[in-house]
Design a binder for this molecule. Structure first.
Ligand code: MN
Ligand code: MN
Length: 463
């Protein structure tokens, strides 16, 4: 049976979006295997400090050494720069000189969560609690009645750093925000969803036994302090020198009978961090020097000394370029950047917020996002046609399946990434990352094929 003229014309002219599982079923096994390392990364990198520490371990195993200013490096040399333990830059020196530009690949390693307030500990009606202040965009009601783990760092008075981690290991206790029983929720049920659990109701249960001494006024709070003191040597004042955060205690798991999906906390944006990191670690002698950056603070606007809106990367680039005697602005102008961040996967249960021709779908590969932002593209980096062409050609040259996508319908909402901050440095930039279901929830979903193909896209970029 021959094709009709119309069919031939359709084949020649029309853009077809494909499902990787349908086109390349043989890739599924490879994707499942690749994601075993990814799940391990998720469990070991729930907060940015842990992500940096674990990434450095992985890098050092593969021969990366700390970057030294004004040292001459040669093709294939691998270095890293640890910025305050909360963000990391990795470089593999390429065949071309720096003046030809570098290939940036930038993902973020902070995720939405419940941070403790500076003075967090209190007791109420014979239960000890932490007060929290949420970090990033969360739907607050999702954080009740889910087991939470405590992570973070306390600086003791004498300058000793103490790292906390409770709730992750077998046998550890976990923590929780309570919610009302349905029987008494008539009034609560009338609240708007956004207020289902309010900000000041996100209180963490810590304990319910006292120091058994009737002369003590806050015996339940004191009991918690005595345990923390025994375990970490800290006193209440030390909370004022701390960054402690509550994150879902759940470990990364397979979702679905076919095990095709990964369910875990913090996949925005550790999924792009891991895939970018693996592509960085495994590249040998890339054409262009790679600058892979795992940044902090994206979820609250990329602020501060470890966020992308600051000068941290510019300063690294100045140090990098100085050794070759070039001007950093010339290098930046010739560079290309993948802003590696997730996009919203089309959710068939909530189709109304998506425009189906311009949404990203599970299992169609990494999603190239020309612009983000809200309303009339406000707050976005709108990548040029030339930039789109360059990035697409890297993927096509390595036969990497990918898709195009916007966040959602026009005026349905919006969001941003780090793309605009890099573009502001005079670097051509576009967003490329994994589609995620239930983004910013305590348990986010990605497809293993998408994770694997995003890694392949980044590897093609680092060739
Ligand atoms: Mn993100
Ligand atoms: Mn996010």
């Amino acid at each position: 049976m021959g094709k009709t003229e119309g069919q031939k014309l359709e084949e020649k002219l029309c853009y077809k979006i494909k499902n990787i599982g349908m086109e390349k079923p043989e890739e599924i096994e490879k994707a499942i295997e690749f994601c075993e390392g990814y799940k391990k990364y998720l469990d070991n990198a729930k907060i940015e400090r842990e992500a940096v520490k674990y990434s450095i371990e992985m890098a050092e195993e593969r021969g990366y050494v700390p970057f030294e200013r004004s040292k001459k490096y040669k093709t294939g040399d691998k270095v890293y720069f640890n910025n305050r333990g909360k963000n990391i830059i990795l470089t593999t020196f390429g065949k071309r000189p720096l003046i030809d530009g570098v290939h940036f690949n930038i993902a973020h390693i902070d995720s939405p969560r419940l941070d403790l307030k500076p003075n967090p500990l209190y007791e109420k009606d014979e239960i000890a609690y932490f007060k929290t202040h949420y970090y990033g965009g969360i739907k607050k009601y999702q954080w009740g009645v889910t087991p939470l783990a405590m992570h973070g760092r306390v600086m003791l008075k004498d300058g000793t750093a103490v790292d906390l981690n409770i709730g992750e290991n077998e046998g550890d206790p976990v923590f929780v925000v309570s919610d009302l029983l349905p029987h008494l929720s008539q009034q609560q049920n009338q609240r708007k969803l956004a207020d289902g659990i309010k900000g000041e109701e996100l209180n963490i249960i810590l304990g319910s036994t006292p120091i058994a001494d009737k002369e003590v006024k806050k015996a339940f709070k004191l009991k918690v302090l005595s345990i923390l003191n025994e375990k970490y040597g800290m006193i209440e004042e030390d909370f004022l020198r701390a960054e402690i955060t509550m994150v879902p205690a759940q470990h990364a798991v397979d979702v679905g009978l076919d095990r095709s999906l990964v369910g875990a906390y913090g996949q925005d944006d550790k999924v792009c961090a891991y895939t970018a990191l693996m592509a960085e670690l495994e590249c040998k002698e890339p054409e262009y020097t790679t600058v892979t950056v795992l940044v902090d603070k994206e979820e609250i606007g990329s602020v501060g000394v470890t966020g992308m809106a600051g000068d941290m990367l510019l300063h690294y680039m100045e140090d990098l370029v100085e050794a070759e005697g070039e001007r950093v602005r010339d290098v930046l102008r010739n560079s290309l950047c993948l802003s590696a961040d997730v996009n919203a996967a089309f959710d068939p249960t909530f189709p109304d917020v998506y425009e189906s021709n311009n949404a990203s779908y599970l299992n169609r590969g990494p999603v190239l996002t020309k612009y983000t932002g809200s309303r009339g593209k406000s707050g976005s980096n709108d990548a040029s046609a030339e930039t789109m062409q360059r990035v697409i050609s890297y993927m096509e040259s390595d036969d990497v399946m990918w898709q195009i996508g916007e966040l959602g319908k026009v005026d349905a909402g919006g969001g941003g990434t780090i793309a605009m901050f890099i573009a502001n440095m005079d670097v051509d930039t576009v967003d490329l990352g994994v589609p995620v279901l239930s983004m910013h929830a305590p348990f986010e979903i990605t497809s293993k094929l998408d994770v694997y193909y995003t890694y392949k896209a980044f590897a093609a970029f680092n060739k």
